[in-house]
Design a protein around this ligand. Sequence first.
Ligand code: ACM
Length: 764
Amino acid sequence: MTMYNTLKPTLFVFLVILLTSGQFKLSATELSIIPKPNQIVVSKGEFTFTPTTTIYVNENSATNVAQYFEHLLNPATGFKLTIKEYSTGQFQKNSVYLIIDKSMKQAEGYQLNVTSEHITVTAKTAKGLFYGVQTVRQLLPAKIEQQFPINNVRWSVPAVQIKDNPRFAYRGMHLDVGRHFYSVEFIKKYIDLIALHKLNKFHWHLTEDQGWRIEIKQYPKLTTVGGYRDGTVYGHPWDENTRNDKVNYGGFYSQAEIKDIVAYAKERFVTIIPEIDLPGHTVAALAAYPELACSGKSFNVRSKWGVSKDVLCPSETTFTFIENVLNEVMDLFPSEYIHIGGDEAPKDRWKASPLAQQVIKDNHLKDEFELQSYFIKRLEKMLNKRNRKLIGWDEILEGGLSDTATVMFWRSWGENKKHIQQVLEQGNPVIMTPVSHLYFDYYQSESMDEPLVWGAYLPLKKVYSYDPVFDGLTDKQAQHVMGAQGNLWTEYIQTERMVEYQSQPRMAAVAELTWSAKQDKSWSSFITRLDKHFNRLTAMDVNASTSVYNVYGEFSEDKKTITLNTDGENHRIRYTIDGSQPTHQSAVYHAPINLDKTLHIRAIAENKETLQHFGDYKQSYINHLAVNKEITFMGETSANLHALGREILTDGIISHNRHTIRNKWFGEKNKTMIAIIDLESATKVSKVTFGFQPEKGIRMISPKQTIVDVSTDGQHWDNLALHETSNAYNSGQSSIEIAFSSHKARYIRLTTVEGYRFDEIIVE
Ligand code: ACM
């Protein structure tokens, strides 16, 4: 009896420790595998690697995977594991088995069995084994990624049984090395990240207006001339501080380096799909070989961003050039698919070119779009001759798509989705890379400390929500969806650290939306697993963005309140309303904030355990006289103003100066705008302010003149102010404030002559 009484609490404590330490109850989510495997059963115990752990393989093709695994484990553990052949017989203790089983069905699938005695990965192919190894890697402590030995870590993997297989065959990441150039070492690191996430395609965008990055032996000037530009533009065209640094910039990959990278990718079961962008995005090539243009003029490698009207001329000289280039490309890249671009090729030069017009006539083509189709089809033949297949951006639909081309869908706006559905109906394979969800040169949060990028707003949650089989596809159409890819264009991505920042952890979302079964996708599970995934990325020395934790705001439909949110599960929000920087002492956010007075909200997300701060959210609300009042427009204002004026210009909400995140402003150069605001009753007015908050440098398009008139009946107007702005466009001002002697009026009319840009008309 006495024994029992003393034992009972001890046993109880022991059980509680076991349960809470997770030995019995590790859930699939806690295991933190990304992408989420199809089936996981967690059991008791763990396998621990030691210096004498042996890796067994049953086939030669598995040896490379075993060697890869051994190299992966070596730096952090210091272990040099032995690799041995396995034929038959009992599994040994303290061993890892990589077993090819040809009777298995799925080429990329695998089964993983971890017990305290051994780890077994079984797959039909070496590729499947490789993915099994990636899962084991993710089950090991994150420190396994470190490139130097650590002594005090148990290199253990929890006991699990996993069955896994990808949803899509094409699981890709893209990188533009034309706008900015990254080292060979970095390209390998990017490929490592692709492999970690069980992605299998690296779309390498190698040529651009701003730089040709692949050595072509027959045309050396492509890289000696086309590989370098004489300056780079910083800032957006609409920013105040845009500048061209006038510094020579460039670089290229030699064929030897490319072979090395291709071999590196192959070891990781990543196929590199090279893109030679044709016939547009070729100014760097034209700078090297101007005879490829229709015009006969000379060119400089482009230092500005945007689409160039200068494209390749559809001459025989050009086709010979392309065939020679593609042949060298095909010699270097074993990929079945070669990407020939096809995007953003304006037709201006072809319209003006007698040669291009002659090609149209000789080939009985209807117009320049059919000429583009003719152009692309000739390229496809060059590839087909060597048993390769063509991928092009969705512009290759224009003027007629070949039956066999694969289309990479990016223009997710307007009617394009319908067009891509028709392509799927026709049976052409399609790879989904929509601007709406998979363009990673967009902002990851609304925080003011996000680095400058191209524009728009694409939080991780939105990336994760993408389904490559989008709503409305029939089963037949869905069969031709090959998969999806994240794209990283690099106009604003000057450094390798920044490539990491913009692509991670978005790559994890791409992994899950291309690999995991649709019914297994769960944002809350993903965000929980991501916590641990960040540790792995950090151990890999990857500068992953934690913007997913940053605060974002949502206005109620009636704009009477604003709700603050964070997607972090372990975070609370602290905020101020006077524009001061929030601290650990600031108010904790609990409920929507009423918009009934002027507020300058700033907010951060705070990790409840570590107290680490995330983001710098700012949002102002100005409670001025015109808020929610009717606004009408006259004169040459755009239709948009009529439709959205009240929504945006008199809602009290000051848009982000990063207006590309919250695209809520209007502006037009040289246009005159007349706005009439109805204050509903006679009201004292003394000031009108419009433009932007000055802090973040968007350039105002100042009107030449601004006129303020008021009226009591909307018929008879009294002029109160006439404000002249000198040097309109480059005034550097971000807002214009017009004060006048106080006046009682119901209607206020604002006329901006030849230019305006603002997000709110503030009446006080
Ligand atoms: C593209 O974004 N021009 C494919």
